[in-house]
Write a protein that binds this ligand. Structure first.
Ligand code: FES
Length: 188
């Protein structure tokens, strides 16, 4: 079953699968939410306000109860990295504006610089893992298409590296999931 998600106020929208976190839905639809703790439920920068469809989401996690005040919870705010879409339907969400001095422009620019610097020093496998994590699927697909045209041996090597990168990215994503969703012990 799929879910229609729309991000206000700009109206980016699309269909995602049940089980998708709002944070991942935002990335897929081209909405860059701030994420100071990178999805670990340790900040509140990824907060979004639910305009429609709040009942489609997973229950509040401990991280959300700790990071969002009762007033913010009453106003329908959720942490995008903690809120999983569990039921089909239509959702409308709006990113909560960040305090001055932490605008997306500044943050994105600084992250982009850091990423470029880090990327230079990475091994090939780490570069692929990073690309996968950033959901640069188009880039890996293009690379694979090019490799298909090259020798079979090279193609197999690329598949192995891409596969290892995907597995690493999957493990990193799983490690960030709320303990309520993984059966792990809650963070202290
Ligand atoms: S990114 Fe920090 S709580 Fe979601």
């Amino acid at each position: 079953m799929s879910v229609n998600v729309e991000f206000a106020p700009d109206g980016q929208h699309g269909v995602v699968a049940e089980g998708t976190y709002l944070w991942d839905a935002a990335k897929r639809l081209g909405v860059r939410l701030p994420a100071e703790c990178e999805g670990r439920g340790e900040c509140d920068t990824c907060a979004v306000a639910l305009k429609e469809g709040a009942t489609l989401l997973s229950s509040l996690t401990n991280a959300e109860r700790e990071r969002l005040s009762p007033e913010r919870l009453a106003a329908g705010e959720r942490l995008a990295c903690q809120a999983k879409i569990e039921r089909a339907g239509a959702l409308v969400v709006e990113p909560v504006p960040q305090p001055e001095g932490t605008t997306m422009g500044d943050e994105e620019q600084s992250k982009s610089k850091d990423l470029r610097a880090d990327f230079k020093g990475m091994s090939l496998q780490e570069k692929f893992a990073t690309l996968v994590e950033l959901e640069f699927d188009a880039m890996t697909s293009t690379f694979r298409a090019v490799s298909d045209a090259a020798t079979a041996a090279l193609g197999k090597g690329v598949d192995a590296v891409v596969g290892a990168g995907r597995e690493r990215a999957r493990r990193q994503r799983t490690a960030r999931r709320p303990p309520e969703h993984t059966g792990a012990s809650p963070k202290k």
